[in-house]
Design a protein around this ligand. Structure first.
Ligand SMILES: Cc1cc2nc3c(=O)[nH]c(=O)nc-3n(C[C@H](O)[C@H](O)[C@H](O)COP(=O)(O)OP(=O)(O)OC[C@H]3O[C@@H](n4cnc5c(N)ncnc54)[C@H](O)[C@@H]3O)c2cc1C
Length: 368
């Protein structure tokens, strides 16, 4: 007997924060979803695990029990000389262990009756009249909508987009012992080759370096730079468990088509000022899902709806880009701007869960 072919409402490739967010919102509307990842969970994801207050507004799960520290005290250093210290009772972000966060999010997603399969490779995506046909590990899968949530090296982006991400920026992170809780200040250190961070957790510090500007003049940073930074900053201390990964930042012009939606780092939606990517991963996962839900209800084009969201996000990302040029190109000016006025404004805004557009009063690009 000939078997009917199953057509999913949506296939989501990648079960990180963007993919799990999309799956959560879709399954809440009774959509038939298949979630795929090349890894089994728990798995490691190189990340400092700072989740801003604005992210919590859109996150479909409660992560209170995973919070190891709240960034109420922050310090920004410029060329290791001039520093700006800031404080807020609420705190600008919560600190989690990224692997724990991802594993919990994944498990909560499966509890919502989202089907999951570990895969090796999506080899092809063909557009048919009413659905998409995918070759995954030699088997055919059919879906009305496809969400590419497979991170900065996205296979879905490479299979469906002509535009290449040619200037990947990346970051290294590892673990440094914490001597005492007095060290519990969240720090960013800026210099002309990029930025470093010190993020307190309950019993250690996550320390890392990154480079968010990619041009010929800027030296690419490597593992040795992180060892050097830690030895110098912590009087000869060592750092362990170093891992690195690219951050997807080149998606400012990305728009969706053919019912294929890239989200999070796969689309290149991380910001270029401090390398925050979880917020836009969650936000874009949510909006890709909402676009599909709305289009199905109104029999309209989901791509058009998602692209309206991306237009607003583009405006916000371009503000980050301008800020990044100023921060890394003119550290002296940035220091005075932070010290005299911007620092307080940002600390307050971030702690109140505001987006950058909300903080600077750019109403047109505010996404609710
Ligand atoms: C060192 C470092 C520190 C960072 N610190 C922070 C921070 O403190 N705060 C913050 O907001 N952002 C931070 N970021 C950025 C943040 O990690 C990313 O922006 C965020 O993880 C993007 O989420 P995502 O769901 O889009 O992708 P990812 O989290 O990368 O998830 C992608 C998923 O897809 C899976 N996958 C990959 N390839 C395939 C494939 N071919 N087929 C199937 N599945 C696949 C992966 O296994 C993974 O589960 C940091 C990044 C780095 C590198």
């Amino acid at each position: 007997m000939k078997q009917e072919k199953k057509i999913y409402d949506a296939i989501v490739v990648g079960a990180g924060p963007s993919g799990c967010t999309a799956a959560h919102y879709l399954v809440a509307e009774n959509m038939d979803i298949l979630l795929l990842d090349k890894s089994m969970f728990p798995r490691h994801k190189p990340c400092a695990g700072g989740i801003t207050m604005k992210t919590l507004k859109h996150l479909p799960i409660d992560i209170d029990h995973l919070v190891q520290h709240t960034a109420k005290k922050m310090k920004f250093s410029f060329d290791n000389k001039k520093t700006v210290s800031l404080q807020h009772n609420t705190g600008s972000c919560v600190m989690v262990i990224r692997d724990e966060f991802d594993n919990f999010f994944f498990e909560e997603t499966l509890k919502k009756k989202v089907g999951f399969k570990k895969i090796n490779k999506v080899s092809s995506i063909d557009k048919k009249e009413d659905f998409l046909e995918l070759d995954i590990d030699g088997q055919r899968y059919f879906t009305k909508f496809l969400i590419g949530a497979d991170g900065a090296n996205s296979s879905i982006r490479k299979l469906t987009e002509n535009t290449r991400h040619n200037h990947p920026v990346s970051a290294y992170e590892g673990i440094v012992d914490m001597e005492s809780k007095d060290e519990a200040v969240t720090e960013f250190i800026f210099n002309d080759s990029g930025y470093a961070w010190i993020f307190p957790k309950s019993d250690h510090l996550n320390v890392g370096i990154g480079n968010l500007i990619s041009n010929d003049r800027t030296k690419k940073r490597n593992k040795d730079d992180l060892y050097d930074f830690v030895r110098e900053r912590f009087n000869g201390k060592d750092i362990k468990n170093i891992t690195a990964f690219p951050i997807g930042t080149e998606g400012i012009k990305y728009r969706s088509r053919d019912n294929i939606f890239l989200v999070g780092d796969s689309a290149g939606l991380a910001e270029t000022l401090l390398g925050e990517g979880i917020y836009n991963a969650v936000l874009s996962g949510k909006y890709a899902a909402k676009s599909i839900i709305e289009a199905c209800a109104k029999k309209s084009d989901a791509n058009e709806i998602y692209n309206k969201f991306l237009e607003k996000l583009t405006t916000e990302l371009s503000i980050y880009q301008k800020g990044s040029k100023l921060l890394y190109g003119f550290p002296r000016i940035s220091y005075y701007a932070m010290k005299l006025w911007l620092g307080e404004k940002f600390m307050k805004g971030y702690s109140e869960g505001k987006s950058l557009s909300e903080i600077i009063g750019k109403q047109k690009s505010v996404i609710n």
